[in-house]
Design a binder for this molecule. Sequence first.
Ligand code: PLP
Length: 350
Amino acid sequence: MTEIRIELHSDTQTRPTPGMRKAMAEAVVGDEQKGEDPSVNRLLDMSRELFGKEDAVFLPSGTMCNQISLMVHCRPGDEVLTDRTAHILNLEGGGAAVFAGSLVRPIDGDHGVFTAQQLEQNIRAVRRHTPRPRLVAIEQTSNLGGGTVWPLETIREVEAVARKHGLAMHMDGARVLNAVVASNVSAADFGAPFDTMWLDLSKGLGCPFGAVLLGSKDVIEQAWQWKQRMGGAMRQSGVIAAAGIYALENNVSRLAEDHANAKFFAERVAEIPGIAIDVNRVETNLVFFDVAKTGLSAGQVHDRLLEHGVRIGASSGTGMRAVTHLDVSRAQLAEAAAALSTVLVEAAAA
Ligand SMILES: *Cc1c(COP(=O)(O)O)cnc(C)c1O
């Protein structure tokens, strides 16, 4: 296989930089399970302050944050309401059914964002026959929805409906800091409506792994018990938390660069004949486009791009997703767009 020189498959492909590795190597550590790892404690304090939450727990992954949150909020048979594109519904191996025993009711939102009215329409009247609606989950930013930022106003309207019906609120914040940087809404304002929320350190922030789940003292105490049960309780995890501290100090405001680069790439791609893309929908670092009119499948375009050392995800039959991040420069994005153009010109000629 040709070496991948330009990696647009995901912002999970970032490698720790020399500065981050140095911070990890020099991390002061202790036993996290005993609350004695100073680096983990510092990361949790920074996260709590950033999002204005009472308590926090360090977890190995965002997926575990979602799954533990479902277990904290729901009893088996309870229903979770979320957008039909949600990671919880589509990309966690059916974990909602396996662990919390939840039903997930998909709402047909617009680019991953549903309205308060749509939520209202999907909340069942509680009867003996029906599953009990229990939790509303939103994704900030919406991943498969296109990197869309949930507007604060919409979140507040959704929250009002949720509260009226006694439902809890959960935010999958895999890219919540992208939303903060793209919208100029503060992290604390985005966090306020939620009983549980988390931020991923391993996406655009550039850490090897790790996520921070936030909520009230009571909720986080329950989350800790699930962490223990699932084997997510670690020891000297300050080595990883130090990467998170480094990321919060150095890699947040630079997300704006990723967003500008995504826009740049989308504009280049829009010039290629046969590609359908809505450049105006590119709000953050995710660029979705469709190759249906080129006569190739997304998988074929993916494979041919690999021969040029470029990797772009094939997200569906003809849908593709390119993701910008700190390991990809604007010059590389220009090169990737040129490679895409070459691949399609060659295909048209053949
Ligand atoms: C990546 C992602 C997750 C899972 O996070 P991991 O840290 O990879 O487990 C959850 N939700 C969304 C929207 C994501 O993009």
